[in-house]
Design a binder for this molecule. Structure first.
Ligand SMILES: NC(=O)c1ccc[n+]([C@@H]2O[C@H](COP(=O)([O-])OP(=O)(O)OC[C@H]3O[C@@H](n4cnc5c(N)ncnc54)[C@H](O)[C@@H]3O)[C@@H](O)[C@H]2O)c1
Length: 262
């Protein structure tokens, strides 16, 4: 069985770095025309050469997912230039805030605006094309924080829980048009967002102790899932929240199974 994504057209938001970048380059390497969207021009400039050198199809576009007009412009441009929109990956996201009592309104709004409203605006922008095509895949980055939130993550966890509900609503609304909508919940992937691999060693051990597989996730793990969910093989999966956390808190004390190795 092979995943065939050749010539599909995908938009990946927040793809200038981190997990989104890996998703975009993995899709591109699978033959997908990849629209790499980010709100930082410097990040887009940094990856343009790689697309040219590898001969990958697609373009880099500036898009702040908080801005409805920019979201619509990306969708319109994609359809006009490449003929269709097969896949939307709503990866753009931010974290931060702190304890509920102290979290600033600005941090609250930033998390909700980018993580939840940004996802909503990009979905709105691509829905008309996907309905016309009677086909499409929407994949939304949620987080393990939507399943079990960590302390101090009020803004982030709330936004990511909202992404889960939005995903399910959309799955219902778009089912008649053969458009599937799913979200995934990464656990801990060291990136510039969280710098997990740079925190003090004792804290790293405590974090890894929560995982059945007891290792950090990688952006490639998420990219592989996105490839599968984007493919025809995943045509009967919709409205799902897929836990891709290495078995975080799958049992009450996952570290106990690794006791002999430590
Ligand atoms: N890394 C993890 O452990 C982890 C865990 C759970 C969920 N996630 C989710 O995965 C996604 C990617 O996370 P990451 O770790 O790669 O983060 P990251 O900070 O490395 O990358 C985020 C990207 O989004 C872009 N971005 C931010 N705001 C934007 C906006 N308004 N418009 C367009 N682009 C914007 C940034 O420029 C950046 O390129 C996020 O949605 C995050 O919440 C990550």
């Amino acid at each position: 069985m092979q995943i065939d994504l050749n010539d599909k057209v995908a938009i990946v938001t927040g793809a200038g770095r981190g997990v989104g970048y890996e998703i975009a380059r993995t899709l591109a390497d699978e033959g997908v025309v990849t629209i790499v969207a980010d709100f930082r021009q410097d990040l887009l400039d940094g990856i343009r050469d790689e697309w040219e050198e590898k001969g990958w199809a697609g373009i880099q576009v500036l898009c702040d997912v908080r801005d409805k007009e920019q979201c619509r412009a990306v969708a319109t441009m994609t359809e006009e230039r490449f003929g269709r929109i097969d896949v939307l990956v709503n990866n753009a996201g931010v974290a931060g805030g702190g304890p509920t009592e102290a979290v600033s309104e600005e941090d609250w709004d930033r998390n909700l605006d980018i993580n939840l409203k940004g996802t909503f605006l990009m979905c709105q922008a691509v829905i008309p094309a996907m309905k016309r095509q009677k086909a499409g895949r929407i994949l939304n980055a949620s987080s393990f924080a939507a399943i079990v939130p960590s302390l101090g993550s009020a803004a982030y966890a709330s936004s990511k829980a909202g992404v889960v509900s939005l995903t399910r609503v959309l799955a219902g609304e778009l089912g008649p048009f053969n458009v599937t909508v799913n979200c995934y919940a990464p656990g801990m992937i060291p990136t510039e967002m969280n710098r997990f691999a740079e925190v003090d060693p004792a804290r790293q051990e405590a974090l890894l102790d929560t995982l059945s597989l007891r290792r950090w996730g990688s952006a490639v793990d998420i990219a592989n899932l996105v490839c599968f969910l984007s493919s025809d093989l995943a045509g009967y999966i919709t409205g799902s929240l897929i836990d891709i956390s290495g078995g975080k808190l799958a049992t009450q004390m996952p570290w106990a199974a690794h006791r002999d190795e430590r």
